[in-house]
Write a protein that binds this ligand. Structure first.
Ligand code: FAD
Length: 324
């Protein structure tokens, strides 16, 4: 965005006092080559047209409508960070909560399962229906395309070959376990009750442009609102996948229109903070300069322990570190 548009200014807002999201808290320390992407992020953040505001929570500190009012374009990229609660006490039962387009297997693995002798595979055709977002996802990934084709083929082949005693494998998509059903004696489990799911944690979008429904339930494109990262496609893919997807989101802005937005710039968090706008007066924001102090502190603590860094994880301690 900064490269493509000379007039563009970017504010990065994060609920944490520190930048870099899961690259800091997810990617393991024994993947230093992956963590190097932080250098690239830091170079971007060092650009004078870019500012980082930590400790600003979308939903409590600031609302989406506040942001849409203050900025010409808002890109949502708040990841998929909360744990998924399975909701079944005691035992775990694995089912496909997402659809065939999102199935987390390779075509080779699936082919091996489908090729098992005397195994009848059953897939409900209704589960193979695709949304516009699914279609986009399929266009982008050859692997997902192959997997989806294999599921489609399996759903239509061998439908009328029921043989007594034949083993059956039912693929059930968009379901999650809701509760175990007790046997008559109450001592054992007789079944699992499954609940229908929809794809959660993903904002409906078309190439990064946020979609919503108008009053007549027709899909419309929200002006100036975009998504990137795991929020765009769900929690799959590595950092490199996100870079590619973010480029798609940025390039979907019509250049002419974007220039207009920039010259017509309204309010930005940087300006708001300078002018002490009432909405943000009492917020203890952290900025990247101070996060750099926190970074130095973590590295020094790590050095003493023969580690790349000793991460500060307690909220108040983090705020103190980035406050300098
Ligand atoms: C355990 C683990 C290990 C991984 N290892 C690797 C690896 O080795 N290599 C690799 O390439 N990828 C790895 N990944 C994947 C990689 O971390 C993700 O692809 C990437 O971080 C997703 O980027 P994102 O921007 O969508 O989300 P995130 O990196 O999660 O960034 C989202 C940001 O939004 C902020 N946020 C959330 N809610 C709010 C809110 N309400 N208001 C304001 N801010 C908010 C969060 O604080 C966070 O900083 C790993 C992931 C995990 C979970």
């Amino acid at each position: 965005m900064l490269k493509a548009h000379d007039g563009a200014e970017v504010d990065i807002v994060d609920r944490l006092p520190t930048p870099f999201g899961l690259v800091r808290s997810g990617v393991a320390p024994d993947h230093p080559e992956t963590k190097i992407v932080v250098n690239q992020f830091s170079r971007v953040a060092a650009n004078e047209r870019c500012s980082f505001f930590g400790n600003v929570n979308l939903g409590t500190t600031v609302s989406l409508s506040d942001l849409c009012e203050m900025y010409d374009a808002v890109v949502l990229a708040y990841g998929a960070e909360s744990d998924r609660y399975l909701g079944v006490p005691g035992e775990v039962y694995l089912v496909g909560r997402k659809g065939p387009v999102q199935a987390a297997c390779t075509a080779k693995e699936l082919r091996e399962i489908l090729g098992i002798k005397d195994l009848h595979v059953r897939i409900q055709k209704a589960d193979l229906a695709t949304s516009p977002a699914d279609e986009e996802e399929l266009k982008e990934s050859r692997i997902q395309q192959r997997v989806y084709e294999l599921f489609s083929k399996a759903a239509t082949s061998n439908q009328h070959h029921d043989i007594v005693g034949q083993r059956e494998l039912h693929f059930m998509f968009f379901r999650k376990p809701d509760r175990f059903l007790p046997s008559e004696s109450g001592n054992t489990v007789s079944g699992v009750h499954l609940e229908k799911t929809c794809l959660k944690g993903v904002v409906p979008n078309m190439k990064g442009r946020v979609l919503s429904l108008d009053q007549a339930e027709h899909a419309i494109v929200e002006q100036g609102l975009y998504v990137a990262g795991w929020l765009k496609r769900g929690p799959t893919g590595i950092i490199a996948t996100n870079l590619y997807r973010a480029e798609e989101t940025v390039s979907c802005k019509h250049p002419g229109r974007f220039q207009e937005w920039v010259t017509d710039a309204r309010f930005r968090l940087t300006q708001t903070r300078k002018t002490g706008s009432s909405k943000f007066q009492n917020i203890r924001m952290s900025d990247l300069c101070h996060s750099v102090d926190g970074d130095t502190k973590e590295r020094m603590e790590g050095e003493l322990r023969n580690k790349p860094r000793k991460k500060i994880t307690a909220w108040e301690e983090l705020l103190l570190a980035v406050d300098g």
